[in-house]
Design a protein around this ligand. Structure first.
Ligand code: PLP
Ligand code: COI
Length: 356
């Protein structure tokens, strides 16, 4: 599909941040965005890259009332030779369409998703930061914009992509975080929308997150919604636990996100000869295994979170330190290898990199 390039007036060009260590996460946006509309009967039309600007939307639009919305998250990395690389973007394209199906939204052809992102990042290439730990975060999203209050799938959608130069997701950087196992609220249930990347999952988890923050925890570790017993995931990352010779992680059985970083980390771990167990993790057993020292390391995985060490896990009245609250060796190795591949410092033997 041809993507029209709308000119960017000089006065709409923003000044880039000079000190990349101050980027934070998702606070700054680049000059341009991708916009494509889907209209019932016509399909995808009017693809364009235009100046980044607010939407003017009717207050009755379906997305504002019934949350028919999906999104994705991926990154573009600056290599030392100045070139730019995407990491497994086809996986985001596929997951976007799985989410679209769950939310009764139209499929975005994989080629349009990838072409749109590549052309946008190419135009905005000067925004890709180069300092260690920085990247250009890419946020594709789709919203329902039909102005009507009846509860039904929209007949009009915006598919758009915005870009944000970012540093670490957690303000503490690559340092161990403290998790609270949540046993009152639930994030997802079987048959629900837990494995779709849709805004409602994040809105419904805000309350637990806020209460945990007030008590001094960084994030909530969700349990399954039926038994409140099996470990699921953290708000923006999958969870992995390293034992002596294996990594244990929750199975992808309907209520957690199919993390692309999770898949990549498991593949890397297998290549290091580490066994992988995808199985239900009983929180009581996990706490016993941490207490007895069987759990050597704990970490989360996600596009924004990369590989994030977990230094403490608290459940009910007990707080246990994992690996003395330090960054474990395996966690560090997986972080270094994954970010090494993403930034071109380590050869990609998996076919994960797509150069722009
Ligand atoms: N789980 C949730 C709920 C997330 O929001 C994310 C972030 O995208 C992840 C897991 C990690 O997924 P990925 O590695 O594909 O970014
Ligand atoms: C990502 O890691 O890309 C995410 O979507 C997490 C987000 C909620 C910040």
């Amino acid at each position: 599909m041809e993507i029209k390039k709308v000119s960017l007036p000089e006065e709409k060009r923003k000044t880039k941040i000079a000190d990349e260590s101050q980027l934070g996460f998702g606070k700054i946006f680049t000059d341009r965005m991708l916009m494509v509309e889907w209209k019932g009967g016509k399909g995808w039309v009017d693809a364009r890259i235009e100046p980044y600007a607010p939407f003017v939307l009717d207050p009755s639009c379906l997305v504002f009332h019934y949350a028919q919305e999906i999104f994705e998250g991926l990154k573009a990395y600056r290599w030392s030779d100045g070139s730019i690389a995407l990491f497994r973007p086809e996986m985001n394209a596929r997951r976007f369409n799985v989410s679209a199906d769950r939310l009764c939204m139209p499929q975005v052809p994989e080629e349009l998703f990838l072409q749109g992102i590549k052309e946008l990042v190419q135009l905005e290439k000067d925004w890709v930061p180069s300092a260690d730990g920085t990247s250009l975060y890419i946020r594709p999203a789709m919203i329902a914009v039909e102005p009507v209050l009846g509860v039904h799938p929209s007949d009009h959608y915006y598919f758009f992509v915005i870009l944000s130069p970012v540093g670490a997701y957690y303000a503490s950087g690559f340092n161990p975080i403290k998790l609270l196992v949540e046993d009152r609220y639930v994030r997802a249930t079987p048959g629900g929308t837990g494995e779709a990347k849709t805004g409602g999952n994040y809105a419904s988890s805000l309350k637990a997150g806020l209460e945990a923050k007030k008590k001094g925890y960084d994030q909530v570790l969700w349990l399954d919604g039926v038994n409140k017993r099996y470990i699921e995931e953290v708000g923006a990352m999958n969870m992995l636990f390293a034992y002596e010779d294996r990594i244990v992680t929750a199975p992808l059985d309907g209520s957690i996100l199919h993390g692309i970083t999770r898949d990549s980390v498991l593949t890397l771990a297998k290549s290091l000869g580490i066994k992988i167990e995808e199985r239900k993790i009983d929180v009581v057993e996990l706490m016993n295994d941490i207490r007895s020292g069987k759990v050597k390391e704990a970490f989360g995985s996600g596009t924004a979170a990369v590989v994030t060490p977990v230094g403490a896990i608290c459940y009910r009245d007990e707080c246990l330190t994992v690996d003395d609250g330090k960054v474990g060796k395996l966690t560090q190795k997986l972080y270094d290898t994954l970010s090494g591949i993403q930034t071109g410092k380590i050869a990609d033997s998996f076919g994960w990199i797509q150069k722009i």
